[in-house]
Design a protein around this ligand. Structure first.
Ligand code: PRP
Length: 197
């Protein structure tokens, strides 16, 4: 991955730190949803983990493998019109495969920034009458929040407004494959036409 790593100013969260935190989140989720916890019946009606594409993919893949409960997972893909006609509107690119009525839902995101995406996803999911909904995000960036959203499981809270990439997080679709979370060099995102290189 030489070349890509040279575009990183500093590593903010190492692969080891991510792995350790993901394990802790998995243990907490397993305890919370275990018998008598959040889920009505985790053994007969398993937890349904909903990953939000594309950024959540590496986190989702690691997290589900450290949750010690029967579970199903599904994927949803949404796109925000950040500069479009209706600011904040979210369009579904890929919906869930099956009905989620009476299911215990754990939404998995890579990052919650303004909160707009998650707010829309929550409304969509809530309208389908699940038994419960909880949110798990690897990164919370409260400094940029515009819409308040509930947060149940947070991997890391970024105290400052830094632009991070890696472990699913992209800049112009790149850097998602980095095993760590890092800060991109300023000249990279101030440069035009990164996607064309
Ligand atoms: C990212 C991230 C969240 C959203 C958070 O997705 O995965 O879904 O932005 O931002 P918000 O809180 O300001 O709404 P993005 O639309 O970049 O798509 P991606 O996951 O495919 O990178």
């Amino acid at each position: 991955m030489k070349g890509v790593k040279e575009e990183i100013e500093r590593v903010l969260i190492s692969a080891e730190e991510i792995a350790q935190r993901v394990r802790a989140l998995g243990e907490k989720i397993s305890r919370d949803y275990g018998k008598g916890g959040v889920a009505r019946d985790p053994y007969r009606r398993p937890l349904l983990v909903v990953g939000i594409l594309k950024g959540a993919m590496p986190f989702l893949a690691d997290l589900i493998r450290v949750i010690d409960l029967p579970l199903e997972y599904d994927l949803m893909s949404v796109s925000s019109y950040r500069n479009g006609t209706s600011p904040g509107e979210v369009r579904i690119l890929k919906d869930l495969d099956r009905s989620i009525a009476q299911r215990d839902i754990l939404i998995v995101e890579d990052i919650v920034d303004t909160g707009t995406t998650l707010d829309h996803i929550l409304r969509l999911i809530q309208a389908r009458s699940p038994a419960s909904i909880r949110i798990c995000t690897l990164i919370d960036k409260p400094a940029r929040r515009e819409v308040q959203v509930p947060m149940h499981y947070v991997g890391f809270t970024l105290p400052e407004d830094v632009f991070v990439v890696g472990y699913g997080l992209d800049y112009a679709e790149l850097y998602r494959n980095l095993p760590f979370i890092g800060v991109l060099k300023r000249e990279i995102y101030e440069e035009e036409g990164i996607a064309d290189r």
